[in-house]
Write a protein of this length. Structure first.
Length: 163
């Protein structure tokens, strides 16, 4: 599979919203509870510092995306945060790695100095493996930091990488 990542446009909204909302519904990776709607999705994706859309060049289908934005403001505004979503039927094809690598480059181009993840769910083995593989540092664990759909709590891990 050959992927091309481009900046989000309004034409990407339906596919991006569908991919994003599937991850929200799965309730095992994203902190959001509310799904994006037709009315707010475009604004959400446009409000990020950058939203990257991954397209399979052979099929022309959108297979993943990432959002990139400051993790904080002011004196901590040089630290970025990002979220990644891969279409459920395309997982396991290293799309996530392509998204993270592109995000690292884009964050550096945009002047960020660090990429930090605040809440990697401890049971998300694929993400943890990827972040370890790409040289991120795990800062620690927050017990019970993530509310699962069944009402139980899962630990979260904090990761960062200097750009």
């Amino acid at each position: 599979m050959s992927l091309k990542i481009h900046a989000y446009t309004a034409e990407d909204e339906p596919a991006a919203r569908a991919i994003w909302n599937r991850v929200v519904r799965d309730a095992d990776a994203f902190p959001q509870i509310e799904e994006l709607t037709l009315e707010n999705a475009d604004d959400f994706f446009r409000s990020q510092t950058y939203t990257g859309i991954a397209v399979d060049e052979e099929s022309g289908e959108t297979v993943g995306l990432y959002i990139l934005h400051p993790n904080n403001t002011g004196r901590c505004g040089h630290i970025a945060n990002a979220s990644y979503a891969v279409r459920s039927d395309q997982r396991g094809r290293h799309i996530g790695e392509v998204l993270v690598r592109d995000c690292l480059k884009k964050a550096k181009q945009l002047g960020f100095r660090i990429l930090q993840f605040n809440a990697v769910v401890a049971s998300n083995a694929a993400a943890i493996h990827l972040y370890d593989h790409l040289g991120f540092t795990c800062l620690g664990r927050i017990p019970g930091g993530y509310l699962l759909a069944d009402g139980s709590y899962e630990d979260i891990l904090l990761y960062y990488k200097e750009l």
